[in-house]
Design a protein around this ligand. Structure first.
Ligand SMILES: Cc1cc2nc3c(=O)[nH]c(=O)nc-3n(C[C@H](O)[C@H](O)[C@H](O)COP(=O)(O)OP(=O)(O)OC[C@H]3O[C@@H](n4cnc5c(N)ncnc54)[C@H](O)[C@@H]3O)c2cc1C
Length: 397
């Protein structure tokens, strides 16, 4: 395995750095705060600026308006954006949805939604979880009933991140109750604002709103907004979740590295009772330990990226990478709180907040990381069964 970037990838990284210097990320208006993944805030203006560079569609086939650049260009871009703390929130979701549309979308989705993604105008929320269906997604109750050329969707989604500020929902619903339990699910691309859709904010423990619950009261959707074959949505979703775990977490290593650099700078410039924090043995050990975790995380994601590029299965690797990414994020947030001491809990806006109050934000939002997109407990079962070959059923001990 060759870990070196190619000359083209290095030139691209230099181009992204130039772009960021010419378009300082902090100047872009923000529509929604980072839900804590490290993807930066949601900024439609910033997404639009990325689209103007052709970066949203750069890996697509030319037949769909892309440039057929290798997948690693996307990794280079994500890494540079995360290191710069740019507000690139919706980017990975746009890429994933575009890939799914290119693979099995209808003519209509390719004609209407793909170009909107390329222009930076389309963003998506994921409507999977329901009040009674999270880890056990097959328990979901939302139904899509065929009615002529349409489907009529009825149900209740919850925890849908950024639903209120996105343009489309990816709504997962039951289209049939016949056959095996995992059959009979389909995915729909539902425009926000469709009659019968009611999106209500859920305030999080930070006080911000990034989750929503969505009530779907006989929402009528044309059949050609179904994404993939009818009834086969669950298989597509499982593949999608692997991809989701990869693209939705890849940028955590650079995002955490950015925070870590700031903590190191803080330790080197802050003196407590006459001694610089950077000389404290415990502080040094914990900062170095975090650096080790981040380096391992980055290597693990690049290894998974190579498998993904080569079309190999990534279920086991993404399970490990997601657990490590989320737990490293939580560990660094705790380290930051300990290092900042009494200043740690102060939020942005407080005149006494250190490091722009971002550690308090990270500490609170990172709690949800080990739940979102598959909980750490469920993913450890995936590691045990798929990776280590342990029996699928555990006995409580
Ligand atoms: C920050 C955040 C963002 C999210 N964004 C979205 C989104 O955009 N769209 C969306 O659809 N959903 C989203 N979710 C919801 C998320 O997918 C679910 O919360 C998650 O799948 C867990 O489901 P649950 O909350 O119903 O918990 P449950 O599934 O009820 O789990 C409760 C507890 O039981 C444990 N558990 C459950 N089953 C098992 C098992 N088989 N073995 C061992 N332990 C088990 C879990 O690990 C957990 O600790 C988000 C959640 C968070 C926190």
């Amino acid at each position: 395995m060759d870990f070196a970037f190619t000359a083209d990838e290095q030139a691209f990284a230099a181009g992204v750095k130039r772009f960021l210097a010419e378009h300082p990320p902090e100047r872009f208006a923000v529509d929604g705060t980072d839900a804590g993944y490290g993807s930066g805030s949601h900024s439609h203006a910033f997404l639009h600026a990325l689209a103007e560079q052709g970066w949203l569609s750069m890996t697509w086939p030319k037949a769909h308006g892309g440039q057929e650049r290798p997948m690693f260009f996307k990794l280079v871009l994500l890494e540079e954006l995360a290191l710069a703390g740019a507000p690139f929130g919706p980017l990975a979701g746009c890429w994933q949805t575009a890939d799914a549309i290119i693979e099995y979308g209808s003519e209509r989705l390719r004609r209407e939604v793909l170009p909107a993604i390329a222009r930076g105008e389309a963003t998506f929320w994921q409507g999977y979880s329901e009040p009674g269906a999270g880890s056990d997604l097959l328990a979901l109750k939302t139904e899509a009933r065929r009615d002529g050329d349409d489907y009529v969707i009825r149900g209740h989604k919850i925890w849908s991140s950024h639903a209120g500020i996105s343009r489309y929902g990816l709504v997962f619903a039951r289209t049939s109750r016949e056959g095996r339990r995992s059959r009979g699910f389909s995915m729909f691309v539902v425009p926000n604002g469709t009659a019968g859709m009611d999106i209500r904010p859920i305030r999080s423990l930070t006080g911000d709103v990034y989750h929503y619950e969505v009530f779907l009261d006989d929402v009528r959707v044309p059949a050609d907004l179904r994404l993939g074959p009818e009834g086969e949505g669950f298989v597509a979703l499982l593949n999608g979740l692997d991809s989701d775990r990869f693209w939705g977490r890849f940028y955590k290593a650079p995002a955490i590295e950015r925070v870590l650099r700031q903590l190191v700078e803080y330790a080197n410039t802050t003196t407590v009772r006459g001694t610089p924090l950077g000389r404290d043995a415990v502080v040094r050990r914990r900062l170095a330990g975090a650096a080790v975790d981040v380096a391992a995380l980055r290597a693990l994601f690049y290894r998974t990226a190579c498998l993904l590029r080569d079309g190999a299965p990534i279920t086991y690797e993404t399970a490990i990478a997601k657990v490590l990414a989320d737990e490293t994020g939580q560990k660094v947030a705790r380290l930051g709180m300990d290092l900042l001491g009494l200043w740690g809990p102060l939020r942005a806006g407080s005149p006494w907040a250190k490091l722009d109050g971002q550690i308090a934000q990270l500490y609170q939002t990172s709690l949800g990381h080990t739940i979102a997109g598959g909980t750490a407990e469920v993913l450890r079962t995936t590691v045990a069964v798929r990776g280590l070959g342990l029996p699928a059923e555990a006995k409580a001990g």
